[in-house]
Design a protein around this ligand. Structure first.
Ligand code: FHN
Length: 450
């Protein structure tokens, strides 16, 4: 318990062994599905006939929509196309090992059956179902973890929840309607904490993760401690670094980027969109290519992190087809090459990995260092994987190999036909076939025990 933590969190009290046990499934997972889904999928980026710039789930804020007008979306929300089985199956087909869904975003609308507040999908819509419950049941059936995103700090429809004057990343427009007047502590104690208690208690084995968002100065250490007291009752729970009040949580959460060196000594997860919005926007078609998504996953794994990749279902509960296609393509690659991603350790070659050119010299006349965006590497106790993006002609060479190589083959070659290689000191040269086995990334396996 540090002086600015009125209540010690689990991370402060557990032993390193307990922590490893608690984080084990998450560290193994490497790839998860983020789902941003809520009322904002109805306007889908357009309000009063105008296309509203920015991310879709922020439309209430960006367009300064009055609370009453925004709340009037609820009776129109009837996402009968939502199918928990299909979404969980999609995550599994993509090779994802966990799902994190918005149980309540900044708009304050709960996507589950909440008794603590009636602005929710079960009480306020013709749909009347509880998608979080349906997902929890499916995740259990299909054997995948489920976590809940919860916007603890911002709530634009609850009095006191939008009282912030400062934020760390969005324009300082946090309060635009008298209906938002109120006291932050009161909002926390009458809505956020009761809802967190419901979410933690009512969904069987889940949540495996609580994903907090957007800490602001309003979340003082004292107020955050009230939440930590609740979290402490769930000793298996993993929660991120966005609670606020100085609590570090379990995971770093770089958003929309991959940290150059990862976060050595910390668990971390890059969350990213597939297009330019988290919540569905009907006209945002700026989807990243499957190649980019896969490179991101590999790059993140090589630095010891997880990739939390977002989908944004529409107002019918349907996942945009562009997202489905890409997820299936990533999953096809993982079906063959997943061994090089799941449960791996970071690269042995440094985040700036590369090799020294045989032909080019640097300014001192030494072999020029070629950074390895052409390839990445992941590690297990007995193997080193090299995910090669740009297929080299002839031999592939690695410098600074700290282990003795005893064999080499391509992971996608089901016969594991041995490749010729030569190791001299810490340099390894492997003779590759003329072509790779995958247009995006072919994995070279080096048998090399610690
Ligand atoms: O403001 C939110 C945003 O809408 C989205 O939910 C992302 C996801 O990480 N988090 C916040 C911005 O940091």
């Amino acid at each position: 318990k540090s002086p600015d933590h009125p209540v010690a969190a689990i991370q402060d009290t557990e032993t390193p062994e307990q922590r490893d046990a608690r984080m084990a499934w998450w560290r193994e997972a490497r790839f998860g599905m983020f789902i941003h889904w809520g009322l904002y999928s109805i306007p889908a980026g357009t309000w009063n006939g105008k296309q509203i710039p920015g991310i879709g789930e922020w439309i209430m804020n960006t367009a300064s929509i009055p609370v009453a007008d925004y709340k009037a979306l609820a009776p129109k929300f009837n996402p009968t196309g939502f199918n928990a089985h299909d979404i969980v199956a999609l995550a599994k087909a993509a090779g994802m090992k966990y799902i994190v869904i918005t149980s309540k975003h900044h708009d304050g609308f709960a996507m589950y059956d909440s008794k603590a507040n009636d602005f929710n999908i079960a009480a306020g819509t013709p749909f009347k179902r509880d998608p979080i419950k349906e997902l929890a049941e499916e995740c259990k059936k299909q054997g995948i973890k489920l976590g809940f995103y919860y916007s603890q700090d911002q709530d634009w429809t609850a009095p006191g929840g939008a009282a912030l004057k400062t934020g760390d990343h969005q324009p300082p427009t946090y309060h635009w309607d008298k209906a938002q007047d109120g006291n932050f502590q009161q909002y926390l104690e009458t809505k956020a904490i009761p809802q967190l208690k419901e979410l933690l208690a009512n969904y069987g084995d889940y949540p495996a993760v609580i994903w907090f968002d957007t800490p602001t100065p309003d979340m003082t250490p004292q107020l955050a401690a009230e939440i930590v007291t609740v979290l402490n009752q769930y000793p298996k729970l993993i929660w991120n670094n966005r609670l606020g009040g100085g609590y570090k949580g379990d995971t770093e959460t770089p958003e929309q980027f991959i940290p150059a060196q990862g976060y050595p000594g910390r668990d971390w997860e890059s969350c990213m969109t597939m297009n330019d919005t988290w919540g569905y926007k009907s006209y945002d078609k700026n989807f990243k290519s499957t190649e980019t998504l896969l490179r991101n996953l590999i790059d993140i794994a090589s630095k010891g992190g997880n990739y939390l990749l977002n989908i944004g279902p529409d107002s019918h509960g349907v996942v945009p087809p562009e997202e489905v296609v890409r997820l299936h393509q990533v999953g096809k690659w993982l079906d063959v090459n997943g061994e090089a991603i799941y449960g791996t350790q970071p690269t042995l070659f440094g985040a700036e990995a590369g090799s020294f050119s045989d032909t080019e010299k640097d300014k001192d006349g030494k072999p020029k260092f070629i950074p390895a965006w052409d390839w990445r590497s992941t590690t297990k106790a007995d193997k080193v994987y090299v995910e090669i993006f740009k297929w080299p002609h002839g031999t592939f060479h690695l410098d600074k190999m700290p282990r003795k190589v005893t064999g080499a083959y391509l992971l996608a070659d089901s016969a594991h036909k041995p490749l010729k290689f030569n190791q001299s000191g810490d340099r390894v040269d492997v003779q590759l076939p003329a072509n790779g086995l995958d247009p995006i990334a072919t994995v070279l396996v080096l048998e090399a025990a610690k």
